[in-house]
Design a protein around this ligand. Structure first.
Ligand code: THU
Length: 140
């Protein structure tokens, strides 16, 4: 664990690690847990939930966003995702766009393989030159 891990990061890590245990992954066996710090200071979590019809599977990040929204929050302040193995689990393209809907460009996303070290990147680093809600403000 890196030295500049904040108290919040420790709580996000714990939340993502715990929920990861509940992942439904009979097809990939790749467990992921995600934890979001929202504007209200609470942490919202979810794991990946796979499906026999593979494309219907839901990523941990997408589930955590749904949990946050269902609890009346719509601002991601920080996000922690823990995957399987040593390499940091990098959010898929679809999840990067889903995060973009609810996060500012400077929001930090920490990716972590359960057996490795965390990697902290901003949303802007993960999804440069992106399209977001403000791009639709041109519509009258
Ligand atoms: N997965 C996530 O839940 N989040 C990520 O950031 C990367 C991948 C899931 C999708 C699928 O259930 C499994 O990991 C393998 O791709």
């Amino acid at each position: 664990m890196t030295e500049n891990f904040t108290k919040i990061d420790k709580a996000l890590f714990a939340g993502a690690k715990a929920v990861r245990e509940n992942a439904h992954v009979p097809y990939s066996n790749f467990k992921v847990g995600a934890a979001i710090l929202a504007e209200d200071g609470n942490i919202y979590t979810c794991c990946n939930v796979e499906n026999a019809a593979y494309p219907q599977s839901v990523c941990a990040e997408a589930g955590a966003i749904s949990t946050m929204i269902a609890n009346g929050q719509n601002k991601i302040k920080r996000l922690y995702v823990i995957g399987t193995g040593v390499e940091p689990v990098m959010p898929c393209g679809g999840c990067r766009q889903k995060i973009r809907e609810f996060a500012d460009q400077d929001v930090v996303i920490i990716s972590h393989g359960i057996d490795g070290e965390p990697l902290a990147l901003t949303l802007e680093q993960l999804l440069p030159y992106s399209f977001g809600p403000e791009n639709l403000q041109v519509i009258k």
